[in-house]
Write a new protein. Structure first.
Lengths: 402, 434
């Protein structure tokens, strides 16, 4: 095959990939939130007590700056590691894939080390504000144990990528993406089975959940409770699982909220399940995964491809850079789905006052800034802000006066 | 300049033991243990004065130093007798009679006051290791739970327990167990000599620093090649999480190895020999566990491969080809292994302790002391031999003596390890850049 024909084939392949991605993304973007819905512009100072607002702003501002700092340090560290990290191959007596494991783990380890000061600062800040109940020893050693899990994960990912790369050379990224997507589906399926969840032991709560699930057409999905009070005071809830493992999970920290607000939370999470947000999230992951693996394959080729362990530090940098720079897009997708779940909650409970109360409570108890700076919300906000959610409740109320 | 080390001498190589004195050894030792207890109690009272005097003058005072020399020597001899290391009843303190095991102290010399001032703190790791090695030797620091736990599993005490049965049956002390005891008691002697300011030289954990018989030929050996004792600080810091993929792989491999071992056991019972294919598989498994353990415990620096390929790692287990085995020993292998596992368990504690020391030292200095490395390598060699015996790779029982086969200097002839499976060149893109 001539060079010219090869280039044409590659360009055509990439164009096809982009086209497929656009088509699929358009389908995944569809939402049940009315397209003509206009959110009113509310003044946070009128919606929240001044003291709470100031406290939440101050709390979140610290986290924003440590987050930004940590991202800059992370990218700088991995850039240096991408250039010089190959030298650590000398510390290995393993074969190419084993040496790739070592380089991958050391890259993650070095990145972890650079994040430790930021984690400590965040933890200290959370403790200072009484948001976490975790003690210092658990924080430090728990983090260490989590690092072991990350190392195992990166080794498995490298085994897949480097294994296919040694077998298929440049086209390793296609089967590798399929394997990663399969793994993501598997993780999504088994995650609820790995969590320590229990029944609500509250007949009223169970009855409310069953009614909401029925209303949303997902009556087979159970409500579970997770005990987190020993670790944190922050309220939270989430939807997990795929197929038969689908669950809606409430943290026990939310149990003290008024019944109407808890119903909104439950309806929001059932909204995620009813609108297949977990499957859609997996679909989005594949859309991001394909160009990521393709770019890793293309950009590491100059270093002999991912079959060579020396390319691993660069691959690590590419993955993290893509993750960081696609964060605004991924945040927008997440906000989009959260807004749809909010709308589903309003449609089900028909209780905008409870939703307003809920997000005021989040600001009061969870120190969540209801109106973060626009640039930060656009780039990194993975949920609509508290104020935007109150605005949606307001918009729903205006659209449904009785 | 540090002074000369405290040296252990063994004058009597006789391994014969009277069954009667062995049977009543603990009772026979009671008078000595009472006297030793009294002397130790006096030592606890004298030690602060000894320390203060040395701190102010820079020299240990002669009279007190003599007392502590006498105590350390006497303690060595009493425990050597109690543990069946020696056959004859030991002399009473102060008689200066010759005895089968003895200690020579360096002449008194000035000592660095900083080292004297922090001696208790500095001696703490050595005392911990001494406790793990002896399981009861010493006179002081007996109150803590840590020490109690360590004393329960000391290598010398474990060896004595096994030797008691062996001597009663055969009338002879097994050479390996005796040499293990000499190593353990010798190290403890050096540790207490350091603590009591009789020397400023830190105890040497290397087994070769203590008298022992040459290791008999064994089909399973460990050799350490090309180890400059340098340890990467980064891989040292992350040593435990770096081991995670190996732990997962080891767990999976162990399941298969267990099934293969059962097949090998059945085959050896029928044929009197393990089939070559099964032997190869199990040998690779044992080599892999040796590579991985050496990495985890810092006996070696390099990240190991996952295949247990022969000659692929600096801490290499050499396992001989399959040979005929007695069907009786194959049938009863599980029972025969029990004594070896007693020793292995005791050495495991020592290995863990040396690994913790090595981790801290390597983190700060980028190197590990040869003695600590060699002590760990001894435990690793014994572990490799035990697992090789358990998995029917050899009919030879693991050798408990801390003799050759533990370090490059005195390793038996072993094949020169092949270079690592993956040798990174300076990559093309950096050559271009430069």
């Amino acid at each position: 095959m001539t060079r010219r024909r090869r280039v044409i084939l590659i360009v055509a392949g990439i164009a096809l990939l982009v086209a497929v991605e656009i088509v699929v993304a358009t389908r995944l973007w569809r939402t049940s939130v009315p397209s003509d819905l206009r959110l009113p512009s509310l003044d946070p100072a009128r919606e929240f007590p001044a003291g709470e607002l100031r406290r939440a702003e101050s709390f979140d501002a610290f986290g924003r700056w440590t987050f930004l700092g940590s991202q800059v340090v992370l990218l700088a560290t991995l850039a240096v590691y991408a250039k010089h990290g190959w030298r650590f191959a000398r510390e290995s007596a393993a074969g190419p894939i084993g040496t790739g494991f070592l380089l991958g783990m050391l890259g993650i380890g070095i990145a972890w080390l650079t994040q430790v000061p930021f984690s400590i600062a965040d933890f200290w800040w959370a403790k200072d504000h009484g948001v976490t109940n975790t003690d210092w020893a658990t924080f430090l050693f728990g983090d260490w144990a989590a690092l072991g899990g990350q190392f195992a994960f990166v080794c498995f990912a490298l085994l897949v990528a480097m294994g296919f790369s040694r077998l298929l050379r440049r086209s390793w990224w296609l089967p590798a993406t399929a394997v990663f997507a399969g793994l993501a589906v598997l993780f999504a399926f088994v995650t609820p089975l790995l969590l320590d969840l229990h029944e609500p032991h509250n007949p009223r709560l169970e009855a409310d959940a069953a009614k909401i699930a029925r209303q949303q057409g997902v009556s087979g999905i159970p409500l579970k409770v997770e005990e987190v009070r020993s670790d944190t005071t922050a309220p939270n809830a989430f939807a997990v699982g795929l197929g038969s493992t689908r669950r809606v999970v409430l943290w026990d920290t939310i149990a003290g909220f008024p019944r109407g607000e808890v119903r909104v939370v439950i309806a929001h999470e059932y909204g995620h399940q009813a609108r297949h947000h977990i499957s859609k999230g997996l679909g989005w992951s594949v859309l991001f995964l394909l160009p990521t693996t393709l770019l890793v394959a293309l950009l590491t080729w100059r270093r002999g491809g991912l079959a060579r362990p020396e390319a691993v530090p660069l691959a690590l940098l590419i993955v993290v850079v893509l993750q960081v720079f696609t964060t605004p897009l991924r945040s927008a997708i997440s906000r989009h789905m959260e807004a749809e779940a909010d709308w589903a909650a309003l449609q089900t409970t028909r209780d905008p006052a409870a939703m307003r109360g809920l997000f005021r409570n989040f600001t009061d108890v969870g120190y969540s800034d209801p109106d973060p700076p626009g640039w930060f919300q656009t780039l990194f906000g993975d949920h609509p802000s508290g104020l935007q959610r109150i605005e949606m409740a307001e918009a729903w109320e205006r659209a449904h006066p009785h | 300049m540090p002074s000369e080390p405290v040296r252990i001498t063994v004058a009597d190589a006789d391994l014969q033991r009277s069954r009667v004195t062995v049977l009543f050894r603990l009772i026979l030792a009671i008078p000595h243990l009472i006297v030793l207890g009294i002397f130790a109690a006096i030592a606890i009272v004298l030690a602060p004065f000894h320390w203060l005097a040395t701190l102010f003058s820079g020299n240990p005072p002669d009279a007190l130093a003599d007392y502590f020399r006498m105590l350390v020597r006497y303690s060595l001899q009493v425990y050597a007798y109690l543990y069946l290391t020696t056959a004859r009843f030991p002399p009473w303190p102060g008689t200066n009679d010759e005895y089968a095991i003895d200690v020579s102290f360096p002449p008194a010399a000035r000592q660095n006051r900083w080292s004297v001032g922090f001696r208790l703190l500095l001696a703490l790791p050595a005392l911990l290791l001494a406790s793990a090695l002896t399981g009861g030797f010493g006179f002081g620091f007996n109150g803590s739970a840590t020490e109690s736990a360590l004393q329960g599993s000391g290598a010398a005490a474990a060896a004595a327990f096994l030797a008691w049965f062996a001597c009663l049956v055969t009338g002879r002390m097994p050479q390996g167990l005796r040499d293990l005891q000499i190593y353990a008691l010798g190290y403890a002697t050096q540790a207490y000599s350091y603590l009591f300011l009789l020397t400023d030289q830190y105890p040497n954990a290397a087994p070769r620093a203590y008298p022992s018989a040459p290791m008999p030929d064994h089909p399973v050996t460990l050799s350490l090649s090309a180890d400059d004792l340098r340890r990467s600080r980064l891989t040292t810091f992350f040593r435990l999480p770096l081991a995670v993929p190996h732990l997962i792989w080891l767990a999976l491999w162990s399941i298969v190895a267990l099934l293969v071992a059962i097949a090998a056991w059945l085959a050896a019972l029928v044929r009197g020999q393990v089939p070559a294919a099964l032997h190869r598989f199990l040998a690779a498994y044992v080599r892999y566990t040796t590579h991985f353990t050496a990495f985890l415990y810092l006996t070696a620096n390099a990240f190991p491969g996952f295949t247990g390929t022969a000659g692929s790692y600096p801490a290499e287990a050499t396992i001989a080809a399959p040979e005929r085995q007695s069907r009786w020993t194959v049938l009863t292998r599980g029972i025969l292994l029990l004594p070896a596992f007693v020793i292995l368990s005791a050495l495991g504690g020592i290995y863990g302790l040396t690994a913790i020391f090595a981790w801290w030292i390597a983190l700060f200095t980028g190197r590990i002391p040869r003695g600590v490395r060699d002590a760990g390598a001894f435990a690793l060699r014994y572990s490799t031999q035990t697992y090789a015996y358990a998995l029917l790779l050899t009919p030879r029982y693991p050798y408990a003596g801390p003799g050759p086969g533990t370090s490059a200097r005195n390793a038996p002839a072993a094949p020169e390890p092949a270079p690592p499976s993956y040798i990174p060149d300076q990559p093309v893109w950096t050559r271009e850049a430069e």
